[in-house]
Design a protein around this ligand. Structure first.
Ligand code: F6R
Length: 615
């Protein structure tokens, strides 16, 4: 993971870099560092902790003047988070400096070789090995920095997005990418380097996204040229015009990004179906499917791969595809799928779901499925991400940047895209009558307003959060379409509040978890009308008779569950297959408030990172 930022041009580099690092902290936040070239020497500051800690240290210890610099925010892989292991890293001569997002797998053998040649190492990192390998190549081969980087990268195995500069050549930065993302912002004779476009969006909308195995020598006064790391082939950069704006990546008056993103869901869901869903014409238009309809119509089955919350969206999609479109679906953790020698044929469609579009396991699963001939369809949020580029076709969720580490709007917009896809296939396959199709389209159009309505329960949810904030265990139960919602509710709580929580299919409770229930155990039950309401009511009775505390999500006007439960949160009525879009909202808010009340860092929970680019 980790976030990288660099700048070369006519402005002061330091403020651009620290602000950029703050925007990239979702990628890792256990340590941070900057290196600025002041015209004569490199001034470097780094520290364990957050970018805020780095600012304090840098601003009191080093000169911050200079128009060339690089910075890093870390999520440790090799070496514990401490000042020394933080990036940037110098080469032994002190001339070269590097930032790195990724892992060099063969660093130990390279380190041994370099040690024999007299190199010494301060840190435990793979990155310090790489910068010294580059220096060694520069010395022994007598080549320029760009070539030295290229030769060194051909000797290492692993994943990387790197930026390197040489104080003897202060008009250039060399960058390279394999597996981790790297974008170059192109200004007027100034260049920005970053893991995503957020650090430079206020300066330029023009960006070049490096492909895997590409490098670039970024030189002032020159156009960027891209080169293949393996074979020297030169490519002209494809400069994209970005649509993102600054407001989207700032908190906009909310205390946390997570809360802002929860509240953005009505707009995000609307943006997801805008232009695609045309209820009045009885149409769903999705270019990625329209152009590949045959493939979908002839598919034997759909395999969905994803991780975490995206995997939960995949589970909801399994219910939707099988129930509505009658297509067999399997949902797999990408990390398991990639290593278990799965049976895949060219009649299979693999749908990969990923907010970031960078998750390493999901990417590897895609590559495996492609090798075996499957058609791969991506559902991503981040435009131009690795997964979006690697898939044969896809549909963006259009949720806008999600900065809070816990996924919220990504989940509901993924479900929205997958619902559109299933509905379209149901219609094309003739499984749906015109009237049923129309009923679904019109109901889907009401969802943003209904989510808005659910958000009005925020004050009530805060009161409930206060009652249960000190719990040590929680159980989440749901059936059918709402079983994945129970899983997602439990994940949200544990990842941001560090309370142990489990999601279970409500009926499975009696096969084990019921033993946990006593008067200390809060049980969150999704008990909305439609689906298996009566059966869930029976499950609630079972909890009640064992004195468990019941907090239920119910349909507006409910009386039966309301009489049994300790607390209820009402949501508007909708079709069963659309109910996860509403029922998940109170659970997001509940986790948010509990985490805030427990003093947890909601946007940057411990040990986590937004974009998991290591396996
Ligand atoms: C949970 C969460 C993670 C991600 C998972 C996959 O709130 O954010 O579980 O869902 O790491 O990430 P993406 O969707 O970027 O592939």
């Amino acid at each position: 993971m980790c976030g990288i930022v660099g700048y070369i041009g006519h402005r002061e580099a330091y403020p651009i870099i620290v602000k950029g690092l703050q925007r990239l902290e979702y990628r890792g936040y256990d340590s941070a560092g900057v290196a600025i070239f002041d015209g004569e020497k490199i001034n470097l500051a780094k520290t364990k902790g957050k970018v805020e800690d780095l600012k304090k240290k840098a601003e009191s210890t080093i000169s911050l003047k200079g128009n060339l610099g690089i910075g890093h925010t870390r999520w440790a892989t090799h070496g514990v988070p401490n000042d020394i292991n933080s990036h940037p890293h110098y080469s032994n001569s002190g001339d070269l400096v590097i930032i790195h997002n990724g892992i060099i797998e063969n660093y130990e053998s390279v380190k041994k070789e370099l040690t024999k040649r007299g190199y010494t190492f301060e840190s435990d990192t793979d990155t310090e090995v790489l910068i010294n390998l580059i220096e060694e190549v520069q010395k022994t081969e007598g080549v320029k920095l760009g070539q030295a980087v290229q030769i060194a990268l051909n000797e290492v195995v692993g994943a990387y997005a790197i930026a390197v500069f040489d104080k003897k050549k202060p008009d250039e930065i060399v960058v390279a990418k394999l597996g981790s993302p790297l974008a170059i912002g192109v200004g007027d004779n100034e260049f920005f380097i970053a893991s995503d476009a957020s650090p430079f969006i206020e300066f330029t909308n023009n960006a070049v996204y490096l492909e895997d195995e590409e490098m670039a020598i970024i030189r002032l006064g020159k156009e960027i040229k891209l080169r293949k790391i393996k074979n020297d082939a030169v490519a002209y950069p494809n400069i994209l015009e970005l649509k993102m704006n600054l407001e989207e990546i700032e908190k906009g008056g909310y205390d946390h990004f997570m809360l802002k993103e929860i509240y953005e869901q009505p707009r995000a869901i609307l943006d997801t179906y805008r232009g695609r869903l045309r209820a009045s014409q009885g149409l769903i238009k999705m270019a990625g499917i329209d152009q590949n309809l045959e493939k979908f119509m002839n598919a034997n089955r759909i395999i969905i791969v994803a991780c975490g919350t995206s995997w939960h969206a995949g589970l909801v999609a399994e219910y939707i595809f099988e129930d509505l479109a009658r297509i067999p679906v399997e949902v797999e953790y990408a990390s398991e799928f990639r290593y278990r020698n799965p049976v895949i044929t060219d009649k299979d469609i693999l749908i990969a779901i990923s907010q970031s579009g960078e998750t390493a396991d999901t990417l590897a699963a895609i590559k495996l499925a492609k090798e075996k001939g499957a058609f791969v369809f991506g559902v991503c949020n981040v435009v131009g991400s690795s997964i979006a580029r690697e898939t044969d076709a896809g549909a963006y969720t259009h949720a806008g940047p999600e900065i809070g580490v816990a996924s919220t709007k990504a989940f509901t917009t993924q479900i929205t895209v997958l619902t559109l896809l299933a509905l379209k296939l149901a219609k094309e396959k003739g499984v749906f009558s015109e009237s049923r199709f129309h009923e679904f389209l019109t109901e889907l159009e009401t969802i943003p307003a209904k989510v808005e309505k659910v958000l009005e329960s925020n004050a009530l949810i805060e009161i409930i959060a206060d009652v249960y904030k000190d719990s040590t265990n929680c159980l989440y139960l749901g059936r059918g379409y709402n079983f994945p919602v129970a899983l997602e509710g439990a994940l949200k709580l544990k990842e941001i509040s560090y309370i142990h929580a489990e999601g279970y299919p409500a009926a499975e409770m009696k096969h084990g978890p019921i033993a946990l229930i006593d008067d200390q155990m809060p049980v969150f039950v999704i008990a909305t009308k439609k689906g298996h309401y009566e059966k869930v009511v029976s499950n609630i009775q079972e909890i009640k008779s064992r004195k468990g505390k019941i907090i239920a999500i119910v349909t507006e006007g409910d009386t039966q569950v309301t009489e049994l439960a300790d607390h209820v949160v009402e949501v508007p009525e909708t079709l069963e297959s659309l109910s996860p879009l509403l029922n998940t909202i109170p659970l997001q808010l509940l986790s948010y408030h509990i985490a805030v009340m427990r003093g947890c860092n909601v946007d940057q929970p411990r040990n986590l990172a937004k974009s998991v680019t290591v396996e």
